[in-house]
Design a protein around this ligand. Structure first.
Ligand code: ASP
Length: 353
């Protein structure tokens, strides 16, 4: 009798412990990182296997570099800067070396960074001589009283802040140049002179379809062990841009935003739409004021609001409680994410998780 009673009590206790455990919120990861390398017409059918392998390897290297910073207790800002500097040196991406050309045959670079813990932000647009625009955006945030600097003034500030300056031809890549020439020919526009200092022309194996080059921006959002989130974005903008055009990437609230009250977002896509919708801030506003989950807010903005305007692109996001999200309405977006204790996930196409 007594043993029957013990068994029953044990069973009841075990059940209620299990129920209590199920109700317990999962412990939040101590750090998390999400990265993107641009969204656009990225399709299996037109992607060579070598190119795909190169992107996956590069996303892997960049994400691991960021994870390493966060794992040893580094700040979300440090992780973001470390990853974006790698992307800016990698000709695969439309940021730093490998950026697309303007209609005049120049590389004009934009970048922004934002610290969610204090709402400080730094941004630059139309930079032509600073090797790492993301580090310049960070210097604007930390070493100047301003939020945004443009053009020659921004490069001058970079030099004064001790950031590496390069000849504009450093950013030149044959693949991007030939892609510009192809687009301008198609549009019946004049072909600018090959930039001074560019290497002698070499045949390029693979020139992506003209649309592909509209995208290719890079961005990172991260949560660090101190519980702070941040966001950063870097880009060459859109191929063939004219008249000093600036997209969403360096506009705080449009392509880049972070607040510990809600989330951190980095965007990629047709910048004009992202500016008009203040996409990054909009996602965070839905989280903050409507109490949406991060994924739901991201999907609402990309699949409802952006699509209603016929805009293309995507975002990555992270929240202080460790939620990670991405959402895009293009055939692909180069992307990866990892949270402490979890597996690194790398994806390209829209049929991947
Ligand atoms: N959003 C960037 C811009 O409009 C381009 C991109 O994401 O590829 O400048």
């Amino acid at each position: 009798m007594r043993s029957m009673f013990n068994i029953l009590t044990g069973a009841i206790l075990a059940t209620s412990f299990a129920a209590a455990a199920a109700e317990q919120p999962q412990p939040a990861p101590k750090w998390a990182i999400v990265i993107h390398g641009g969204a656009g017409v990225i399709e299996r059918a037109s992607m060579g296997s070598k190119t795909e392998a190169a992107y996956r390897a590069s996303l892997n290297e960049a994400a691991q570099a960021g994870a390493k910073v966060l794992d040893r207790g580094g700040s979300s800002l440090d992780a973001i800067e470390a990853v974006i500097r790698i992307f800016e040196d990698d000709p695969l991406y439309n940021a730093g070396r490998g950026a697309v050309f303007t209609a005049e045959g120049k590389n004009e670079l934009d970048a922004a960074i934002m610290d969610g813990s204090n709402l400080k932000a730094g941004a630059v647009a139309g930079v032509t001589r600073t090797r790492h625009p993301i580090s310049l955006a960070r210097a604007v945030m930390e070493k100047s009283p301003h939020v945004m600097l443009i053009g020659m003034g921004a490069d001058t500030f970079a030099a004064q802040a001790g950031l590496e300056q390069v000849d504009p031809s450093y950013f030149f890549t044959e693949r991007r140049w030939q892609s510009l020439v192809k687009q301008l020919k198609k549009e019946g526009l004049p072909i600018p002179q090959r930039p001074a200092g560019a290497p002698v022309p070499v045949p390029v194996a693979e020139i992506e379809p003209p649309n592909a080059h509209k995208f290719g921006t890079v961005g990172v959002v991260a949560l660090d062990r101190a519980g702070h989130i941040a966001a950063g974005t870097s880009t060459g903008g859109t191929q063939g841009k004219k008249w000093g055009r600036v997209g969403d990437s360096p506009i705080i609230g449009a392509g880049t935003y972070a607040s510990n009250q809600s989330c951190a977002v980095s965007a990629t896509g047709a910048g004009e739409y992202f500016i008009r919708l203040t996409v990054a801030r909009e996602v965070c506003a839905l989280v903050e004021y409507k109490g949406m989950t991060l994924q739901k807010a991201a999907d609402q903005v990309i699949h409802k609001e952006l699509e209603a305007l016929h805009g293309d692109g995507g975002i990555i996001a992270v929240a202080p409680d460790g939620q990670m999200a991405w959402s895009f309405n293009t055939p692909g977006m180069y992307r990866a994410r990892q949270a402490e204790g979890g597996k690194l996930q790398i994806s390209i196409y829209n049929d991947e998780p």
